[in-house]
Design a protein around this ligand. Structure first.
Ligand SMILES: CC(C)(COP(=O)(O)OP(=O)(O)OC[C@H]1O[C@@H](n2cnc3c(N)ncnc32)[C@H](O)[C@@H]1OP(=O)(O)O)[C@@H](O)C(=O)NCCC(=O)NCCS
Length: 210
């Protein structure tokens, strides 16, 4: 089993510990050696994952240790990936219940896909995104880096998404819309327009918050 450590051990980090456990139940692949965080945190999981040290301790870990960014803030995911970078692998961690076809998507590295996510066809996914529970991604969707999709987000066909966007729980993007960089779509909102950069949209239909 390949050693792996989680970078950031708040709520998402602990969910990643569970994801690693759920992957191992089907096929033993990962030995979770511990977590890195600037604070030593109480582990509310049953796994009692050891605290290895602050995030900059990553440079002292053997390059054999794979890393996963367990932080749910889009911009911070990319910052940490750039900070740590270099020697370590950042694998894609994909829950066994995810529905996808290797032949019908292109995917980068460092992505987290938790339970019951569904991906159809012609999909391109960059690096360090989080698909957190029951996400559906439709045909011909293009997704950049560091986006966070909170539970039950639905992205329809031919949508293009840039980098570091946050999709609130139960949000929807209609087909062919585009989403730039650093935007927020509020929980429960339905996006019927396109978003540029650094915007927050809210409601049904979603309107830009001025
Ligand atoms: C869009 C969002 C990021 C804005 O956060 P924020 O800038 O901190 O905004 P606030 O929470 O201060 O809310 C600002 C106003 O918008 C309203 N609002 C916020 N989110 C809303 C939503 N989803 N639907 C309707 N109104 C909402 C608030 O009630 C508030 O109204 P007020 O000014 O009249 O009091 C946040 O509301 C959101 O939806 N985050 C996603 C949360 C999520 O997905 N959690 C799941 C984690 S697994």
């Amino acid at each position: 089993m390949k050693p792996i450590a989680i970078v950031g051990y708040g709520g998402l980090g602990r969910e990643v510990a569970l994801l690693i456990h759920q992957i191992n139940v089907i096929e033993p692949r990962w030995k979770l050696i511990g977590y890195l965080d600037d604070n030593q945190l109480q582990d509310t999981t049953s796994f009692k994952v050891p605290f290895l040290g602050p995030i900059n301790y990553a440079s002292s870990l053997s390059p054999e240790v794979a890393l996963v960014i367990g932080v749910g803030t889009p911009s911070l995911r990319i910052k940490l990936a750039n900070l740590i970078g270099g020697a370590h692998d950042f694998p894609n961690l994909i829950h066994p219940s995810a529905v996808y076809s290797e032949q019908n998507w292109n995917i980068g590295v460092g992505n987290i896909i938790t339970s019951h996510c569904s991906f159809t066809t012609g999909i391109t996914i960059g690096n360090f995104n989080v698909f957190n529970t029951k996400i559906t991604i439709g045909h011909d969707v293009v997704i950049g880096n560091g986006n966070v999709f909170n539970p039950t987000t639905c992205i329809s066909g031919h949508v293009s998404i840039g980098h570091r966007n946050l999709f609130g729980v139960n949000s929807v993007v209609l087909q062919t819309r585009s989403v730039g960089n650093d935007n927020q779509l509020a929980a429960g909102s339905v996006l019927m327009s396109s978003m540029r950069h650094g915007e927050t949209w809210l409601g049904v239909p979603a309107l830009k918050v001025e």
